[in-house]
Design a binder for this molecule. Structure first.
Ligand SMILES: Cc1cc2nc3c(=O)[nH]c(=O)nc-3n(C[C@H](O)[C@H](O)[C@H](O)COP(=O)(O)OP(=O)(O)OC[C@H]3O[C@@H](n4cnc5c(N)ncnc54)[C@H](O)[C@@H]3O)c2cc1C
Length: 373
């Protein structure tokens, strides 16, 4: 999105991707919770979508379940994407806008030369140097661009969600809803998800808090979950990865450099979802790049527009979600079961997450105040 937007603003853009195929290997459950949020950012192509879901179903540790639609304000469910095709589709949009796309091209260093950056890369086995006044680091959670630019992105173990995921084939998968399973025995500091993919397929994954994750722990817990919930599932693909859940970083720009997406820790600290925020930030960074490069001023001061824009929009939500995450981490399984019980018999079908939280507060004021203070 950053490359597409910068190219649309008339800049000469080169997009470097270290993999030989954009979008592979997938490190994602591919869910976008509100369909219109994606449609507002880009014209959605039918082959980007695996399936559409009506909402989410959440399970408390003892198996009681809470049923809710995704968002009552917009009254719609979500998409489960086909990310291999979706990511490639976004790169194609950038190419249509005029960006040069170089696959199998790994950036390996960044040196400031007067007013330009020299990017060193290995392009299909050959060394390559590219000079540019401005670099947008959209290189994911392990961002090297951030490090080269001297921007601190180190994550504390409690601020990273460690994930493992299988794509499975099983008859028991509900293709209409995304399902979430909570409990410290199931996924300490996180949750297990089942995101349907159509055709009896689903992405079944687990995210647990880094500080509670020993080596191999996510895979062990995921296997245990599969054994108990869908013992006959056939596993077709495995994915592992980390998601930043740190809340907004102090700084995402420096002279001639902007960070976006997971590189800038812009994913939702509560759910780990990062696709929509990364796309929004990419557009903002691309627009700021257009103005800064055209005006000949790519200083940190000139890039502040990007910093201010993302902080006052998605940044505010990320901040709130970070506090919500820290609050939920204090809940024991008994607390979660108690909260779920207080919802029995209530019609939650029109409630979004915010309505649900305020309802829970009204039903359980003593317990929730104890956890807040
Ligand atoms: C298991 C798992 C499940 C997830 N599920 C969801 C979900 O259901 N919904 C959701 O919204 N989010 C989900 N996320 C988070 C989501 O995948 C990320 O937030 C999102 O992909 C961030 O996009 P990005 O462009 O910032 O980074 P990435 O998608 O990580 O892209 C970074 C790109 O940079 C390339 N790159 C890195 N270094 C270099 C280099 N040196 N040179 C050239 N290229 C380089 C990489 O190859 C990659 O293509 C999940 C994450 C994980 C790990």
């Amino acid at each position: 999105m950053a490359a597409k937007t910068a190219a649309e603003s008339g800049l000469n853009v080169v997009l470097l991707e270290k993999r030989q195929e954009i979008g592979e290997p997938i490190r994602c459950a591919e869910g976008v919770s509100i369909r219109s949020e994606l449609r507002e950012l880009i014209k959605v192509q039918p082959d980007w979508i695996s399936t559409e879901v009506n909402g989410v179903r959440m399970y408390s540790p003892n198996g009681d379940n809470v049923f809710t639609t995704v968002d009552s304000r917009k009254d719609e469910g979500g998409y489960i994407l086909e990310r291999k095709i979706f990511d490639r589709g976004l790169a194609l949009q950038a190419a249509y806008a005029g960006a040069k796309v170089l696959v199998k091209t790994r950036a390996i260093g960044l040196i400031r030369k007067n007013s330009l950056y020299a990017v060193s890369a290995i392009c299909r086995g050959e060394p390559l140097q590219i000079e540019a006044p401005l670099i947008i680091g959209a290189d994911g959670v392990e961002s090297k661009v951030a490090r080269w630019a001297g921007i601190g992105t180190r994550l504390k173990p409690e601020d990273i969600m460690v994930c493992a995921e299988y794509q499975v084939l099983d008859d028991s998968i509900d293709q209409e809803y995304c399902e979430f399973f909570f409990g410290n025995g199931i996924a300490p500091g996180g949750y297990v998800w089942i995101f349907p993919k159509g055709g009896r397929l689903a992405n079944v994954g687990i995210g647990i808090q880094g500080s509670q994750s020993g080596s191999g722990e996510p895979v062990r817990l995921l296997e245990r979950f599969l054994q108990s919930k869908m013992p006959h599932a056939r596993i077709l693909q495995m994915v592992a990865g980390g998601i930043p859940t740190s809340g907004p970083m102090n700084n995402t720009t420096s002279d001639g450099v902007m960070l976006v997406g997971d590189a800038a820790h812009q994913s939702d600290p509560l759910t780990g979802g990062g696709i929509i925020n990364a796309m929004k930030a990419g557009i903002m960074a691309g627009e700021t790049a257009g103005k800064a490069v055209s005006s000949g001023d790519v200083s940190t001061a000139a890039l502040k527009e990007y910093e201010d824009r993302w902080r006052s929009s998605i940044g505010k939500q990320i901040e709130r979600r970070y506090h919500a995450k820290n609050f939920f981490l204090k809940l024991t399984d008994d607390d979660l079961n108690h909260l779920a019980k207080s919802l029995h018999g209530k019609d939650l079908s029109r409630m979004n997450a915010r309505d649900l939280l305020s309802f829970l507060f009204k039903q359980n004021p003593k317990m929730l105040w104890r956890l807040v203070f």
